[in-house]
Design a binder for this molecule. Structure first.
Ligand code: PLP
Length: 379
């Protein structure tokens, strides 16, 4: 296959003069590692999320690992993870030495973790469950939290898709013990690489804050300002610090987030208007709970064969697509992991992610839909 030149890409960043200026100012400030801009970014995230305990970190995977470590998960513990998520939801937890079991999706119309899977899978070693707000659509948090509470489990929200999503006015990522965000360039806002961790409990947040920076009791920035002159190391820590360039970018992107999400929402609506009533592919409702962040538009084809042929037609027209996600149970490194997840595997075989980002035009969406509908008519 030759390298395609995409007419319409799956995702794109929206970087303007304000971002360029903010990064340039950070670069010229003389202080590049975590410092005042990171503090400002974290305050802005606290306000956006309505939580007092938010840490900006190197990436979303680091946020997941840090969450699991700060909650004290480790060897001998077991964690329930959805089979239909990005592999980082599982890897972040496994990096603590905890083992995982995979849980199934609710249905082909709602890909989120089925709350009854928590009852099915929880055993004496189970300590936590990871839940994903798939595609930025709020998961059934009430039912998932209730099931987790029945088994005394921590809840780690993978909110990588869900910055700006809410249920009853409350931000996704703040319902569980920890919430993990990614600001990778294909996300609803970006810091290039980057992420954030929300912790519900103040002590766990302090622990996460220390683990982020080698479990040292003071930061380079504290010592620079003369607030401390030495430090102790109180745990086995990591270096998951973000930096000032990324934080500067994050501050501007966060100020634009609601505009980005509104633009995504309008485009998602256009897709559903154009594709409604089609018998061979449909756009699952994904529960229809709360306010979606509209991270992804995912169609479900009637079969894997049809999905693959639609992908090929779109590719020939220069339209990039993807699959969110291959089920984790199918990866070689996860071969030994317990997984009875037929619905997740079926979704993975039939799902087709269509282009969505705030820079798309209505004409772009129409081109994607026209191409899809023509391919369906031919097939
Ligand atoms: C669902 C999900 N979880 C976790 C991550 C990991 O985030 P990052 O790429 O910032 O490490 C991503 C993004 O790539 C994701 O989509």
């Amino acid at each position: 296959m030759s390298d395609p030149v995409w007419r319409i890409t799956l995702a794109d960043v929206a970087i303007g003069e304000e971002e360029r200026q903010a990064v340039d100012e950070a670069l010229c400030s003389g202080w590049l590692s975590m410092g005042p801009r990171t503090e400002q970014f974290e305050r802005a995230l606290c306000e956006e999320l309505g939580s007092p305990h938010v840490l900006a970190v190197t990436n979303g995977t680091a946020a997941l690992h840090l969450a699991a470590a700060a909650l004290g998960l480790g060897p001998g513990d077991e964690v329930i993870v959805p089979a239909l998520t990005f592999v980082a939801s599982a890897a972040g937890v496994r990096q603590t030495g905890a083992s995982i079991v995979l849980g199934d999706s609710l249905s082909v119309d709602d890909f989120a973790l089925d709350p009854s899977e928590i009852d099915r899978l929880a055993g004496p070693r189970t300590r936590a469950v990871v839940i994903l707000h798939y595609g930025g659509n709020p998961a059934d948090v009430d039912a998932l939290l209730a099931a987790a509470a029945r088994h005394d489990l921590f809840v780690i929200e993978d909110a990588a898709h869900a910055i700006g999503a809410t249920i009853g006015g409350r931000a996704c990522g703040t319902f569980g013990d920890a919430g993990c965000f990614s600001f990778f360039p294909n996300k609803n806002m970006t810091t290039a690489e980057g992420g954030a961790l929300v912790m519900r409990d103040a002590h766990a947040a302090d622990r996460a804050r220390r683990l982020r920076s080698h479990a040292m009791t003071t930061l380079t920035w504290d010592r620079h300002r003369g607030h401390a002159s030495s430090y102790d190391v109180v745990d086995l820590g990591f270096n998951y610090r973000i930096d000032e360039l990324r934080s500067a970018l994050g501050i501007v992107q966060l100020s634009r987030l609601h505009g980005f999400n509104a633009a995504r929402g309008k485009l998602a609506m256009r897709y559903s208007e154009r594709l409604v009533g089609n018998e061979r592919i449909f756009l699952p409702a994904q529960g229809g709970r709360g306010v979606s962040a509209h991270h992804l538009v995912v169609a479900l084809a009637e079969s894997q064969l049809l999905r693959d042929s639609l992908r090929a037609s779109l590719r020939s027209a220069g339209i990039q697509t993807s699959v969110h996600y291959p089920a984790i149970s199918r990866f070689s490194a996860y071969a030994g992991i317990p997984a009875v997840v037929p619905r997740a595997e079926e979704i993975a075989a039939r799902a087709l992610t269509l282009p969505l980002h705030p820079g798309l035009t209505d004409a772009d969406v129409d081109l994607v839909c026209d191409t899809l509908l023509a391919a369906l008519a031919e097939g």
